[in-house]
Design a protein around this ligand. Structure first.
Ligand code: CTP
Length: 151
């Protein structure tokens, strides 16, 4: 029997089925290393699971709010959020793309008002989910490569 290389955790959150290669982006988006610099985080990349290659991020002793994690849907649409309590999977959620993407993607248009000195948070309207298409609320520019524009 093949076993994954990362140990089970006692309590915390496991973000599973991340699109291969995107684990580090997931950690960055969540801002955990800045907000909770003492967090115990394990990252596995390109491990082979039942349904092929995937990345996994495990955060110990912290239950991420599934809403907080919705941002992850932008770069890992198939990710699952598993809340672990006393070694058991207590909750399992699929990520979902919010209707508006606020403050996490930078507009690719250098002349957009959200890229000038104005203190304006970026905002995108979701035009389609599969494939994911988002359009700037301010200048209407569509983002071609979303993952490269994540702040
Ligand atoms: N996990 C963990 N620590 C635990 C329990 C589970 O790190 N104490 C991890 C597992 O390694 C897996 C994820 O949490 O990556 C989800 O666990 P589980 O639902 O048991 O696995 P699967 O049935 O394979 O999940 P899915 O059906 O979502 O693929």
């Amino acid at each position: 029997m093949k076993e994954l290389k990362v140990q089970p955790i006692k309590d915390g959150t496991v973000i599973d089925h991340i699109t291969p290669g995107n684990a580090l982006k997931v950690v960055k988006i969540l801002g955990i290393t800045e907000k909770q610099p003492d967090s115990i985080i394990s990252i596995a990349m390109n491990v082979v699971g039942k349904r092929g290659k995937k990345d996994i991020v495990k955060i110990e002793n912290r239950e991420l709010d599934p809403k907080e994690v919705d941002k992850i849907a932008l770069i890992a649409p198939n990710a699952t959020i598993n809340i672990i309590r006393n070694y058991e999977v207590a909750e399992k959620h699929r990520v979902s793309v919010p209707d508006e993407v606020v403050g996490i993607v930078k507009c690719p248009n250098p002349n957009c008002i959200s890229n000038t000195r104005e203190p304006i948070e970026t905002k995108f309207i979701v035009k389609s989910r599969n494939p994911l298409k988002i359009k700037c609320y301010y200048c209407e520019r569509e983002v071609e490569d979303i993952s490269s524009q994540i702040m």
